[in-house]
Write a protein that binds this ligand. Structure first.
Ligand SMILES: Cc1cc2nc3c(=O)[nH]c(=O)nc-3n(C[C@H](O)[C@H](O)[C@H](O)COP(=O)(O)OP(=O)(O)OC[C@H]3O[C@@H](n4cnc5c(N)ncnc54)[C@H](O)[C@@H]3O)c2cc1C
Length: 355
């Protein structure tokens, strides 16, 4: 769907040198910029399109400690703490709210798995806890199913994907960072085996380090540098409602179902497991990397051979630093939603108030 991220004003000038160049202005790139600047490191961020033009303005925006792998938990807790200070840090609204997150389990088996993860969460004293079907109906009045139970995390929350990254990019500019939009990085330069600069479509920048935060493009950039980064694209579909009254504040997900309120009062809703992976040249290159995951999730992913095979095959050819790179040819990756899946979702019943 077209990006609804608020465009920011690009910094006017390409610097000759900077400590760190960040490639990509999604949430990873802008938060890296912000925290490096706070440490006194000079930063230039290059974004080929708009800040958060791609995945970072389209995700669910959940900021959660819930259902984390035990190895992720300390990082997730620190991230949630930082989200709590983000508006103050950037001097603008990022949409962060501690609305609570509720994950529903349909079967006792699923509930058991959730309970096992909770045991780890207890070690870190998060406030996630099991809730009964009765509590679920209190938390989400009109909940459509009889769930076996769920996990509720009151202090987890959500940020607003369409405004968070642009607000953080402007915060980085206020801290002295340079944020360039419509400025693709074509490649890297090295000297004595280390990074010495980047070549952008607008000129060269000397630097001591590069952070690659290119989202779905990172594998292509790595490939051009002789580095292997297994990565494939999956298209998921969600719907959005207009603003409405009376729906739940809490963010909720269950089997094939997800619901979150947005700052404008509307809801983002997912029904069913509507994911499509097109077969592309990289599907063969990374076949064995993704096979185990595909086998465990094959019910949730449809494979299809489509137009992207030829487009990505052409894209993966090497390019020169003085010619237009694949990154400039697609300023904003904007795949069309699958209408058939959205129509099917609209036929589904949802008995939450107002939906
Ligand atoms: C369906 C779905 C739901 C999700 N829900 C959540 C959630 O609830 N909570 C959560 O925390 N995460 C969620 N995620 C994950 C989250 O969306 C991603 O982890 C995050 O957006 C990735 O951010 P990023 O900055 O790495 O990449 P992106 O947002 O993709 O940004 C990368 C940017 O790099 C730019 N770029 C690429 N190459 C170049 C180049 N050569 N030169 C210049 N610019 C370049 C691109 O234009 C792009 O803007 C979800 C993901 C999906 C798919």
């Amino acid at each position: 769907m077209p990006t609804r991220a608020r465009p920011i004003k690009s910094s006017p000038l390409l610097p000759r040198s900077t400590d760190v160049v960040i490639i990509g202005g999604g949430i990873v790139g802008v938060s890296t910029a912000l925290f490096l600047l706070k440490k006194g490191v000079s930063v230039t961020l290059c974004e080929k399109g708009e800040i958060a033009g791609e995945q970072s303005s389209r995700n669910w925006g959940w900021c959660r400690t819930q259902s984390r792998d035990p190895r992720e938990l300390p990082l997730a807790m620190e991230s949630l703490r930082l989200w709590g200070q983000m508006n103050e840090l950037v001097g603008a609204e990022t949409g962060f709210r501690r609305c609570g997150i509720l994950s529903l389990s349909k079967t006792d088996d699923q509930l058991e798995k959730a309970r096992a993860l909770l045991e780890h969460a207890k070690l870190y004293q998060t406030d996630s806890r099991l809730v009964s079907p009765t509590e679920i109906r209190q938390l989400v009045p009109g909940s459509p199913r009889d769930w076996a139970g769920g996990v509720y995390s009151p202090s987890d929350g959500r940020a607003e994907p369409e405004i968070a990254a642009p607000a953080m990019a402007e915060g980085a500019q206020r801290l002295g960072g340079i944020v360039l939009t419509h400025c693709a990085v074509r490649g890297l330069e090295t000297s004595g085996g280390t990074v010495s600069g980047v070549v952008t479509e607008k000129g060269r920048i000397s630097c001591q380090a590069v952070v690659l935060a290119g989202g779905a493009w990172s594998s292509l950039m790595c490939d051009s540098l002789g580095l292997r980064l297994p990565q494939l694209k999956v298209l998921g579909n969600v719907m959005r409602t207009a603003p409405l009254q009376g729906g739940p504040e809490i963010s909720t997900s269950g089997l094939g179902f997800g619901l979150r309120k947005r700052l404008d009062g509307g809801y983002t809703v997912a029904f069913g497991q509507s994911n499509e992976a097109q077969i592309v040249p990289d599907s063969f290159k990374y076949f064995f990397d993704f096979l185990p995951r595909f086998l465990t999730e094959r019910d949730a992913i449809r494979l299809r051979l489509g137009h992207r095979f030829v487009a990505e095959w052409k894209q993966s050819r090497p390019w020169r630093m003085d010619e237009v790179s694949p990154f400039e040819k697609v300023r904003i990756l904007d795949p069309k939603p699958l209408k058939r899946d959205l129509d099917a979702a609209q036929q589904s019943h949802c008995s939450l108030p107002g939906l």
